[in-house]
Design a protein around this ligand. Structure first.
Ligand code: 48F
Length: 270
């Protein structure tokens, strides 16, 4: 118990004081937010790709922070396909599910299915238990760029952005930033909007997502997972939006493999 909490409890003879509860929340949250204003890796987006990247990098000993706009992590995984909450995986991604302990049923040669609620919950718990710090309800609205390199992210509360309140953001420094924002590829778009067509694509611009094709999309996504601007990496569906690849619909193996690949690339640089 900290001094300030002891003081707030004072001599009152009660075990649960409402203000102490509030104090604990504000104190602990603020302490951790301050701690994570500097990190090795800042991941933007807590979908399947972002969660696997966070898990692997935290387990490798990196100081990892993940910013997620919504209340809950999981991105497009909760709803499976058209809200039928099942996720399909192919053979190559099964080892990741096995490692994390997600229960998988084989339904056909090369086709596996999981419960999407279990899958999201296990991925999220794995990332957090490995040591990644998640800040939910926070949106990345801009980037810190110094000397032609991304050096951090600019944050605001998601409700502030949703209400379009005129409130200035705060900044968090990171050695590397990962755009795992899904179809919108929001962080890559910030580069193009604010710095120009400087992405490592054919045109320097985002090449855009192509129509749905599971097999081609799943292959492309792993290949497209890479550094797209100095110290900015892309993973998950954002990779196909940046480099021009099909969407793949409700098959999620490529997202896990992309998260795993981006973690390996980042581990290799330091
Ligand atoms: O969309 P999302 O699940 O991305 P993903 O990991 O996986 C894609 C699949 O879910 C699915 C698919 C599979 O076939 O195509 O769509 O690539 O998760 C992206 C997360 O990023 C958050 C968003 O709320 C979602 O949870 N996000 C997006 N923009 C921001 C953000 C932002 N600017 N700041 C913080 N979080």
């Amino acid at each position: 118990m900290t001094k300030s909490i002891r003081k707030a409890l004072g001599k009152r003879n009660q075990t649960l004081d409402d203000v102490v509860i509030s104090r604990v929340i504000v104190q602990e949250y603020t302490r951790e937010l301050l701690e994570y204003l500097e990190s090795d890796v800042a991941i933007v987006g807590g979908g399947p790709a972002g969660m696997v990247a966070a898990y692997r990098l935290a387990r490798a000993g990196k100081k990892v922070v993940l910013f997620e706009r919504r209340l809950s992590l999981g991105g497009g995984m909760w709803g499976g396909g058209m809200m039928f909450n099942k996720c399909v995986f192919q053979e190559s991604s099964k080892p990741i599910l096995d490692e994390l302990g997600v229960r998988v049923a084989k339904v056909h040669e090369g086709y596996y299915v999981t419960d999407s609620i279990e899958t999201v919950s296990v991925l999220c718990a794995s990332a957090v238990k490995a040591g990644a710090r998640v800040f939910n309800c926070m949106s990345v609205e801009d980037l810190m760029v110094r000397g032609g390199r991304v050096t951090g992210v600019v944050l605001n509360w998601s409700p502030v952005m949703a209400a379009q309140l005129h409130v200035d953001p705060l900044s968090a420094r990171a050695g590397v930033v990962v755009d795992a924002t899904g179809h919108a590829a929001e962080i890559a778009r910030i580069v193009v909007r604010k710095i120009g067509k400087k992405l490592r694509t054919r045109t320097g611009d985002l090449l855009g997502e192509e129509p749905m094709w599971a097999e081609a999309g799943e292959k492309a996504i792993v290949e497209h997972t890479k550094e797209i601007y100095p110290s900015l990496y892309v993973a998950g569906m954002a990779a196909n939006a940046v480099f021009g690849g099909p969407r793949m619909g409700p098959i999620f193996g490529g997202m896990l493999l992309s998260g795993q690949k981006v973690a390996r690339l980042i581990e290799a640089i330091a």
